[in-house]
Design a protein. Structure first.
Length: 481
């Protein structure tokens, strides 16, 4: 750009010199009267004054760098930089982009950023420290220094050549020519330090000041977003602590009656066979008074003790696993064993407390059997969560069914769990595995987060796809043994 300017000025001087010599050759001004010569020079100077701008622009345009075109390019460039500025959500990325883009805008100059160390805190300005971002410079400006106090009262920026001597003394260590303060939340949070090595600052000063104001807006947006994230993390931590405390209390209260049930079932195991035999004997003696018990009911009754003990043990195990997850502890993989996915599916379907007509909506296809390393009771509990959510979706939609299918692949094995109920909105899908995220008024948001952690504990994963009003598909991925 500078080369084009120098060349255009040289061509302009050469053109006027040639014009002067040409006119002087045609008109023998050397023999003219002095008054006439003076009038000639005045007219020539007026001609230069009237034609300078248009002729200079023509030369620049011919060289591909006219002032008008250059200004338009700069304005367009600043507009593009500002558009990109508002896309950043991370403070370091924003500062890095700002420093780079300003250096590009200056066409060879440099831009530095002094950033308040405590930009998220509410300390008094006198205690603030402004440090050079992205550099190893030892200089730190404190809020009580003259330069910062001067800058806070000059929102449009200032040249070091125009400011008081003591202000320039504070800033000369940074080797800058122009300083613009950046305000966020009505506080000065940064300083743009511009080094004008190319001499174009006078043309860009207004554009840079506008860019600085937009940078302040982007900075405030990021500060607000970070504050919102901090508040969300605090709320999440409080919910986790409260739920862990509540779960520990519930677990303690539940273990006592479960232990009593398990102890009492020993008496059932001891006397139930004799009671059944006695009933059958009584039926033979007096069939009208003691009607026969159906064979299937009799088998179920005989198996009551072991089944209750198994359910109590599973309940205690699920309590342990929930407490482990809520306390953010890792499940001990030393306890993992080979488990059959088909058996887990059948156990989950057999033990889930379906309401009337719900079981008929569940269709299972488990021909492609495979095994995984983990804990079967934990996978059963994962399926309980998926069944509960899917049945709620079917009930809300007033339609649909549930399909469970096993698939074997070269890289992994999968359990596909799909329902054709309400579906999930596209914007909600990335959030459903987050802890305590729920779209139901009576939900806790802990179920799917637990499923995600459990599957990753097995070395696999769980993924979801959905289309609103049509289907929701969960794919449980297991590593190959």
């Amino acid at each position: 750009m500078q080369k084009s300017i120098y060349l255009a000025k040289s061509l302009l001087i050469l053109s006027y010199s040639l014009l002067f010599l040409f006119i002087g050759f045609l008109l023998p001004i050397a023999v003219w009267e002095p008054l006439f010569q003076a009038m000639f020079f005045i007219v020539f100077i007026v001609l230069i004054g009237l034609s300078y701008e248009s002729l200079y622009s023509a030369f620049l345009q011919a060289l591909g760098s006219s002032r008008v075109d250059s200004a338009l390019r700069r304005i367009g460039g600043v507009a593009e930089l500002i558009d990109n500025l508002h896309e950043y959500t991370d403070l370091d990325a924003l500062l890095r982009y700002t420093q780079f883009s300003l250096a590009t805008l200056l066409g060879g100059g440099s831009a530095k950023l002094l950033v308040a160390r405590n930009y998220l805190e509410a300390d008094a300005f006198e205690n603030a420290e402004f440090i050079l971002w992205g550099g190893q410079h030892p200089q730190v400006l404190r809020g009580n220094c003259t330069a910062l106090r001067y800058a806070i009262n000059a929102p449009q920026g200032f040249l070091l050549t125009d400011c008081p001597r003591e202000v320039a003394a504070d800033l000369q260590v940074f080797e800058v020519d122009f300083v613009i303060p950046i305000f966020c939340r009505a506080k000065m949070q940064a300083l743009l330090l511009i080094n004008d090595s190319t001499g174009v600052l006078t043309e860009l000063q207004t554009l840079i000041a506008f860019f600085a104001r937009q940078f302040g807006i982007a900075l405030e947006r990021i500060v607000n977003e970070q504050g919102r994230r901090v508040r969300q993390e605090q709320i999440f931590s409080e919910k986790t602590a409260a739920l862990a405390m509540l779960s520990a209390t519930v677990a303690h209260e539940m273990r006592t009656p479960l232990s009593g049930v398990r102890a009492s079932i020993g008496g059932v195991d001891s006397y139930l066979p004799d009671l059944i035999n006695a009933y059958q004997f009584a039926h033979q003696q007096d069939p009208e008074r003691f009607p026969a018990i159906r064979k299937d009911l009799l088998e179920t009754l005989t198996d009551t003790g072991p089944r209750i003990r198994s359910m109590v043990d599973q309940a205690n195990h699920v309590i342990d696993l929930l407490l482990v997850n809520l306390n953010d502890q890792r499940v001990d993989k030393a306890h993992h064993t080979k488990c059959s996915v088909r058996s887990c599916v059948e156990e989950a379907i057999g033990q889930y407390p379906f309401r009337r007509f719900e079981r008929e909506k569940v269709h299972v296809k488990v021909d492609e059997e495979f095994e995984f390393l983990g804990e079967s009771s934990l996978l059963v509990y994962v399926l309980f969560n998926l069944l509960k959510n899917a049945l709620y979706s079917l009930e809300s939609a007033g339609k649909g069914a549930i399909h469970i299918e096993l698939e074997r692949h070269e890289q992994r094995n999968c359990l596909v769990f799909e329902d054709s109920g309400l579906g999930i909105e596209e914007g909600v899908l990335p959030l459903i595995f987050d802890g305590f995220f729920t779209t139901r008024s009576n939900g806790t948001g802990a179920g799917l987060a637990f499923c995600k952690r459990t599957m990753r504990g097995f070395g696999g994963d769980i993924r979801v796809s959905s289309k609103l009003g049509q289907f929701t598909r969960f794919t449980l991925e297991f590593p190959l043994l």
